[in-house]
Design a protein around this ligand. Sequence first.
Ligand code: HEC
Length: 153
Amino acid sequence: MIESTMTRAARARLAIGCMVTAGLCCSWSATPVAAEPTLQGIMQGLRDDLAAIVDGMLVEDYGRIARASIAIAAHPPIPASQNALIRQDLGPRMPDFALLDQQVHGQALSMKKAADERNLAGVSNAYQSVLSTCLACHIAFRERLVAVLRPPQ
Ligand code: HEC
């Protein structure tokens, strides 16, 4: 058995490796806490998905486009603590922010539909809409929200 031949150090390394693979927080405390994605982390995921779509369009890999479109439409929710800060900062403009997010979801689903139909022109149109909405939100809100969510130390 592997277990009986493992050194203590090897067992410790394996345990830490498992914690990291399981996505648990890497602080060395006795009780690891599950890491919640921040808005910045969610956004970095959206960028990767969008890059996969550009690549998928160029080589007409419709499966790749469909998977990345679903990933965009089903991105994780903003963590409650950050959502509260956003709500507090935007006040009456919060519905504008929420609407842009909803629009990205709808446009990503149109992109998935066009990919399922192997319709490159349709994918391209949906892609332009998604990108315009990403940027519309950044133009309106990104800078002020970075100041609230990640104030300079
Ligand atoms: C409803 C508003 C909104 C929409 C829609 C939106 N973003 Fe963002 N995005 C933000 C905010 C706010 C930040 C700043 C978050 C931070 O830095 O903590 C951000 C930051 C980013 C960043 C920078 C992350 C970094 O490492 O600093 C990327 C990349 C990004 N968004 C990609 C996208 C993509 C791709 C889309 C569309 C698929 C998108 N965003 C749609 C609000 C939005």
